[in-house]
Design a protein around this ligand. Structure first.
Ligand code: WQD
Length: 352
């Protein structure tokens, strides 16, 4: 059984990916300092899979702490690196925090890959590396444009660091996975997205508005050059995203990669607008959302969605969840949280 280190394993996509890895026969260990996540998430993974996950509560920006994980686990055959801060707005206010955390942790992981000759590496990247694309849908060949935020810049720099690393270390093979808009929750509603403080992303704002935690949702602009004036995005179910990581790892293990550093778009391939997402939630749940139109949000990309042909063809990846599945699973999770007071404590947890 191959052992995989998942960094950020208590996070939203990390936890869902661990479930998928276990269900596909991998052994998993996690490294997460819970600065932006709760250990409850791995407890949820255990409940779903019946497998207890060992978590190393270390600061991945500390080389010695990171190194110790590899000294204790000489049989790590792959790493999936999720651990990073990802609040676009916060990154604009605190760019150095993002450079230090997101790049510092990646550098330590790359140092350990080099020292311990780890053969397979999957990196959590983002469609933000495309900036405001000139044409959509974007393919993996669409050029990276200026990042719209320091967060997006750390993903672009991370990709370029790994590309250079791959040239110097041909025995360690890498995959960069560019997520579009992750949304939804595991069908069990035992794990899901747990925004700390007020959510930034659209889907948790929708569900928190529906349950009454947010009095009214503001649509950030309806004067964009799109079919209804609101921004266009590509929502991808977190379970489909999770499975893509398992497939990407297997792709590397099976030696199917044609280069040492492969890139894949992970989006549904369907663009929907903010207003259409709201309508989809209302239709899927029968709940009328309270929303109003506000000003544009600085840094927002106007329109982006994925051409996901490469992942379908080379990873044999098929996004199976519909927009309705996204909205109903997100809503079921929001209702689950509402009955779990301790989760609410985390919601009031201030960003450090
Ligand atoms: C989507 C749309 C908002 C909240 C994020 C991450 C990025 C990547 C993809 C991981 C925008 C609008 C939102 C609200 C709104 N994730 N909106 N009212 O900005 O596309 O990107 O997901 O890699 O890193 O930043 O996602 O959900 O914040 O916004 O109108 O209350 O919803 O303006 O048009 P975004 P988002």
């Amino acid at each position: 059984m191959k052992k995989i280190l998942v960094t950020g394993g208590s996070g939203y996509i990390g936890a869902h990916t661990i479930v998928d890895l276990i269900e596909n026969g991998f052994e998993v260990i996690s490294a997460d300092n819970n600065s932006r996540s709760t250990p409850d998430m791995l407890a949820g993974v255990e409940k779903i899979t019946g497998t207890k996950i060992k978590n190393y509560k270390v600061d991945l920006c500390n080389y010695d702490e990171t190194h110790a994980i590899f000294e204790e686990n000489s049989d790590i055959s792959g790493i999936i690196h999720f651990a990073a801060y990802k609040a676009v707005g916060e990154s604009v206010e605190k760019p150095v925090l993002y450079f230090q955390n997101n790049l510092g942790s990646l550098i330590n992981i790359l140092r350990c890959i080099e020292e311990f000759h780890i053969p397979h590496f999957v990196f959590s990247s983002s469609c933000t590396v495309y900036g405001n694309p000139d044409s959509i849908p974007v393919t993996e060949e669409t050029p990276r444009k200026n990042a719209e935020s320091p967060y997006g810049l750390t993903k672009q720099m991370g990709e370029q660091m790994i590309e250079s690393f791959a040239v110097a270390h041909p025995t360690s093979k890498s995959v960069l996975l560019r997520y579009f808009n992750p949304a939804g929750a595991h069908p069990s509603a035992i794990i899901g997205e747990l925004p700390i403080d007020r959510p930034q992303n659209l889907t948790p704002v929708i569900t928190q508005t529906a349950i009454g935690k947010i009095p009214s949702l503001t649509v950030f602009g309806d004067d964009y050059p799109t079919r209804d004036g609101s921004c266009l995005r590509d929502l991808i179910h977190v379970c489909d995203l999770a499975h893509a990581h398992t497939l990407a790892l297997q792709f590397l293990i099976d030696g199917k990669n044609s280069s040492n550093c492969e890139v894949f778009n992970l989006g549904s391939g369907n663009g929907i607008t903010v207003l259409e997402a709201i309508a989809a939630f209302e239709k899927s749940t029968g709940i009328k959302l309270n929303y109003s139109i506000g000003n544009r949000r600085p840094g927002d990309v106007i329109a982006i969605y994925a051409n996901n042909d490469k992942a379908r063809k080379e990873l044999k990846w098929e996004p199976r969840n519909s927009l309705e599945d996204i909205m109903t699973s997100a809503w079921k999770w929001e209702q689950f949280i509402a009955n779990q007071p301790k989760h609410l404590e985390l919601r009031s947890h201030k960003l450090n």
